[in-house]
Ligand binder design. Structure first.
Ligand code: SF4
Length: 446
């Protein structure tokens, strides 16, 4: 089948599979905070030696990027910083007192929103309030906006143990930047990158997006040329997720402004080829890394993992998400905090968690979750018994289109299938098929 035909066939609404089950299919009605805490305690008793991962959501941004799909609060009032950070520290204390000790933290990530909306001293207060250590051995990373990441952020966080930094670039093309209301020049990004390197940061990631309004091959190739010149260790090259019925900011432009189908895929193909020619290795889905980066090593030694933060080489069974809208995962359950800042602050100020919804995973969920993780991280998954007939039937068209290979009880992602990973995972997604794929819940696969 020609690439065009494949694109038409597989460009359907599809989850990104940062979790299984995906959030819209969680059974939140039968979930409660008590059930979450019981599941967490049980997992903690088993896995505490390996440590936990912490994700901290810092939701504030000074202006709205119109493509944004994150949980944000737009404000120029920096008086919101300290009350919010105090609440996050208090939420962490609630978890520590429930678990009866301060868990060993293996990985800590500040995401957003814009973590660098907060000034460096306030971020220091946050990190010390969580780790109680002036310099920790935790694998710490943060997301920075090139517009407001300054030398104080870089120095202060490095002194606290941060070694990884991720910068949101998306596209340097001024036409695209106007459409997405996000402006940063290559010079700004180059400056932050070289300052971070001089301070000692070991790994820098750039986020790029293809499929943005007004984006074209020429503009994107110029962006990627600039990026290759700066040589970040990692690059996340995502597909723009167009869901204006969920994110009203995306109504700033309309469908005619967005490259679709073949045009969008050509952007991805060009970007991917440029990155690979420049020495980047493709990691799982949407990610590229230089050979010296730990993400590449993890992909070689099968220790690559994927969670709500994307790909990581620091797998722990327990991830606690602090802050508004954060999602926690204790392997057998997921829980998500309230999505509004006020509700989150109210709960925590009253000494309670602000769990809004969640899901307890049954044995089937756990097994499917592992298969999807295997496909996303290792490009193959193995069944001890014959592949269940329902899954096998769903795999038939993917096999016919040469997106996968099946041998004995193993399903492997074929070279062509790497661009259709979300579609391949859908074949395993029992909950999606039970309730029928819903085109309004997810963005298009490609
Ligand atoms: S894309 Fe990032 S910086 Fe822009 S509004 Fe969303 S969270 Fe804020």
């Amino acid at each position: 089948m020609s690439t065009n035909k494949l694109l038409k066939k597989y460009n359907v609404a599809a989850p990104r599979y940062t979790s299984y089950p995906t959030v819209p299919y969680w059974e939140s009605e039968s979930f409660s905070e008590q059930k979450w805490l019981t599941a967490l305690k049980n997992s903690y008793n088993i896995y505490k030696q390996e440590g936990i991962s912490l994700y901290i959501h810092l939701p504030f941004c000074e202006s709205l990027c119109t493509y944004c799909g994150c949980n944000t609060r737009i404000t120029k009032n920096h008086g919101v910083e300290l009350p919010y950070l105090k609440a996050v520290i208090k939420e962490w204390e609630i978890y520590c007192s429930f678990l009866g000790e301060r868990p060993k933290i293996k990985e800590l990530h500040l995401g957003g929103g814009t973590p660098t909306f907060f000034n460096a001293e306030n971020l220091k207060t946050l990190i010390l309030g969580i780790t109680h250590q002036e310099k920790s051995e935790i694998a710490c990373s943060f997301e920075g906006h090139p517009d407001n990441t300054n030398i104080q952020h870089l120095q202060t966080l490095y002194a606290l143990g941060f070694k990884r930094l991720s910068l949101g670039i998306q596209d340097f093309d001024p036409k695209v930047q106007l459409m997405i209301n996000r402006f940063q020049t290559p010079e700004q990004v180059a400056k932050i990158t070289s300052e971070a390197r001089a301070i000692g940061y070991e790994s820098i990631n750039f986020d790029l997006i293809y499929g943005l309004p007004s984006q074209n091959l020429l503009g994107l190739s110029e962006t990627i040329t600039e990026v290759i010149h700066m040589k970040p260790e990692r690059i996340a090259f995502y597909s723009y997720a167009h869901v204006p019925w969920i994110k009203s900011g995306q109504r700033h432009f309309d469908e005619n402004d967005i490259p679709q189908g073949d045009e969008k895929f050509a952007l991805y193909q060009m970007g991917r080829e440029m990155l690979m020619r420049a020495g980047y290795q493709e990691i799982g889905m949407d990610h590229f890394a230089l050979k010296k980066d730990s993400l590449y090593e993890a992909s070689l030694n099968a220790s690559l993992h994927r969670n709500f933060m994307g790909y990581t080489d620091q797998h722990t069974k327990i991830l606690i998400g602090l802050g508004v809208s954060s999602i926690s995962d204790c392997h057998t359950a997921f829980a998500q905090n309230s999505k509004t800042v006020e509700s989150y602050l109210n709960h925590v100020e009253n000494g309670t968690l602000s769990i809004e919804k969640g899901h307890l995973l049954n044995d089937m969920d756990l097994s499917i979750r592992q298969h999807i993780l295997n496909l996303m991280c290792k490009g193959a998954t193995h069944f001890d018994d014959p592949i269940p007939p329902t899954i096998k039937n769903r795999l038939v068209p993917l096999l016919a289109d040469r997106l996968i290979e099946i041998e004995n009880h193993e399903v492997r992602v074929a070279t062509l299938g790497k661009s259709f990973l979300r579609n391949i995972c859908m074949a395993f997604d029992e909950r999606l098929w039970k309730f029928k794929p819903n085109t309004t819940l997810f963005s298009k696969a490609l």
